[in-house]
Write a protein that binds this ligand. Structure first.
Ligand SMILES: *Cc1c(COP(=O)(O)O)cnc(C)c1O
Length: 404
């Protein structure tokens, strides 16, 4: 079956599955098996020799997992994808794949905390160095490229400040200097941004977030545009480091992914309405949202993203005490890290996701104690606004009494 679809919304529901090969089951079966039985010793020999395609052992591939991989490759305009047991397993696999001792990695100035931790380990144990760059201008980026630089690693929008990296600019520079470009696309999902279109060699996701979307799986996906290179990665780093996904988690991802496009529309729509609401709140100082015309990189965001997504950061008037009081007064919105779920979540980066960064450095990045990050969910936006409103009122009355 050709499985050729014109639109991604169709591919995410149908790609890579032919029910006639699975007892006509409409739902994709869960192949919860560690190994596969060969029909003969000779068949086993042929499969190991690569002369016959087919299943061998689930660390090397599994039919349920393969559906996730095929759908993600299609959604990101890549040629091939690999699913992992976590976003960090995908990050570590690709970085191990493209580097060797003595190499250098050039990063955007904000990256996920555990990716930062991984880079520190690579530096200490394997002498693979890294540096950070604002990625604002061509001259600035080129000045940071060293003879030993092998790849550029970026996130955009950057967590939690929503700073944007110009993918077209970085893609052009990576190509000019023969560097691999790796983009962590977790915050946008494949329905809002496709970095391969701007020259990325690899795109990765913490599928824990929007891809799954239901807060019940930890998983990662890496998408590449060179089939041979991805086969090599599957048969080396993925097989031998072994950070694979379980068939059951892949099955949950398939179930979650089917609604990804519908969810992203609603996340973005709700977020935009909340931005408008927050602007009218006297207690709110700055708001950071990619599709807000006052965002300093609004034009770049519009160029590379289809919508603003579900993450909104804002500063509340006052410091840590006010921020924490406000969070505690919320009734519907949950206090939690992670993002991309149906439930709206709020977190305080300075004491939560970014608490390991030294205070001075953190403040320089704009992550002050008054900064709050919302992962806007799928509830009715009126209920979200009402919850935020009642918490703002409680902050006002409480701190008016204690003279703010
Ligand atoms: C959560 C996250 C990761 C790590 O993913 P896990 O699935 O938790 O391992 C990496 N990058 C970004 C941007 C994330 O938000």
């Amino acid at each position: 079956m050709g499985n050729k679809f014109i639109k991604k919304e169709t591919a995410v529901v149908h790609k890579g599955y032919d029910s006639s090969q699975h007892h006509d089951s409409l739902s994709i079966p869960l192949y919860q098996t560690s190994t596969f039985a060969f029909s003969s010793a000779e068949q086993g020999e042929r499969r190991f020799a690569g002369e016959e395609t087919g299943n061998i052992y689930s660390r090397l591939g599994n039919p349920t997992v393969r559906v996730v991989e095929e759908r993600m490759a299609e959604l990101e305009n890549g040629q091939s994808a690999l699913a992992f047991g976590s976003g960090m397993a995908a990050v570590s696999a690709v970085l191990i794949h493209v580097t060797k001792t003595g190499d250098h990695i050039l990063c955007s100035r904000g990256i996920y905390g555990c990716t930062f931790g991984l880079l520190e380990i690579m530096q200490e144990k394997y002498n693979i160095s890294h540096s950070f760059n604002a990625m604002a201008t061509e001259q600035d980026i080129e000045a940071s490229i060293r003879p030993e630089t092998v790849c550029i690693y970026v996130e955009t929008p950057i967590n939690p400040t929503m700073e944007i990296v110009d993918l077209e600019l970085v893609g052009k520079i990576a190509q000019k200097h023969g560097l691999k470009l790796i983009v962590d696309n977790t915050f946008s999902s494949p329905f809002l941004q496709n970095p391969i279109d701007f020259g990325a060699d690899y795109v990765l996701h913490s599928a824990t977030k929007y891809i799954n979307g239901h807060g019940d799986v930890i998983a990662g996906v890496l998408i590449g545009k060179d089939v041979e290179d991805m086969i090599n990665l599957r048969m080396t780093v993925q097989k031998d480091f072994g950070g694979i996904i379980s068939p059951f988690d892949a099955w949950l991802l398939i179930r979650g992914m089917k609604t990804l496009h519908v969810r992203m529309d609603r996340h973005s729509e709700n977020a935009e309405k909340l931005v408008t609401f927050l602007k009218s709140e006297p207690l709110v100082k700055e708001i950071s949202y990619p599709f807000d015309p006052s965002h300093p990189q609004y034009e770049i965001a519009k160029k590379q993203m289809k919508a603003g997504g579900g993450l909104v950061s804002f500063n509340i008037q006052g410091g840590k005490e006010v921020a924490q009081y406000f969070m505690n007064e919320l009734e519907l919105i949950k206090i939690a890290v992670s993002l991309g779920d149906a439930e709206t979540l709020i977190q305080h980066p300075a004491t939560m996701t970014h608490s390991v960064i030294p205070e001075l450095e953190r403040e320089k990045m704009g992550i002050t104690h008054s900064l709050l990050r919302l992962s806007v969910g799928l509830e009715h936006v009126d209920d979200l606004m009402a919850d935020l409103k009642q918490a703002f009122i409680k902050v006002e009355t409480h701190f008016a009494k204690t003279s703010m």
